[in-house]
Design a binder for this molecule. Structure first.
Ligand SMILES: CC(C)(COP(=O)(O)OP(=O)(O)OC[C@H]1O[C@@H](n2cnc3c(N)ncnc32)[C@H](O)[C@@H]1OP(=O)(O)O)[C@@H](O)C(=O)NCCC(=O)NCCS
Length: 152
């Protein structure tokens, strides 16, 4: 983990900054304010931000999966401000998320990623996520998704 970044629970006042990071990262596919507000309420303990000093430079959201086995969680989203890419912010968020999930006795973390998102796939590969399946036309733009999972 990169020691220059600290992580903490999201606060309501982080939402403006998170929305900027989201729009810069995902463009038309960005989550909106209402969805982030809902995640703030629903998975507070697993909705994290990474800070460089006092500047929020990335966020991640994990959720204990409803309707599946109690010991499974899903990585809903992770994104880093383009100005901070490649400096370890996402790794700090992932390390912190994995620690929190293990403390809750979660044994598996799953996620979905676009097949064309090579940077994110390289990131998940570093964390030894394995491919479960490819889901045709999972995304609104018609792109396939890759379902990945990691045992904790
Ligand atoms: C994927 C993402 C979250 C990674 O964030 P980051 O802070 O740049 O990642 P880190 O600096 O912690 O890098 C961790 C590892 O990811 C991989 N990685 C990160 N950027 C990479 C790149 N441009 N090319 C190849 N591998 C890369 C490397 O394995 C890296 O480990 P290393 O530094 O030891 O080589 C970031 O690129 C991002 O926000 N992308 C846009 C949003 C997105 O696609 N989110 C994922 C949706 S499923």
């Amino acid at each position: 983990m990169d020691k220059r970044f600290s992580t903490r629970h999201v606060r309501q006042r982080d939402l403006d900054r998170i929305l900027k990071i989201e729009e810069a990262s995902f463009g038309a596919d960005a989550y909106d304010r209402n969805l982030f507000a809902e995640y703030t309420r629903k998975c507070g303990g697993l909705f994290l931000v990474a800070e460089w000093g006092t500047e929020v430079c990335g966020y991640s959201i994990a959720a204990v999966s409803p309707g599946t086995a109690r010991n499974c969680a899903e990585l809903v989203s992770v994104a880093v401000d383009p100005a901070f890419l490649g400096k370890g912010a996402a790794s700090a968020l992932m390390d912190s998320t994995l620690r929190r999930l293990r403390r809750r006795k979660i044994t598996r973390l799953g996620l979905m990623v676009k097949v064309t998102n090579h940077r994110a796939i390289a990131f998940y590969k570093k964390y030894e996520f394995r491919k479960l399946r490819r889901v045709a036309r999972y995304y609104e733009d018609g792109a396939d998704g890759l379902s990945l999972a990691k045992d904790l």
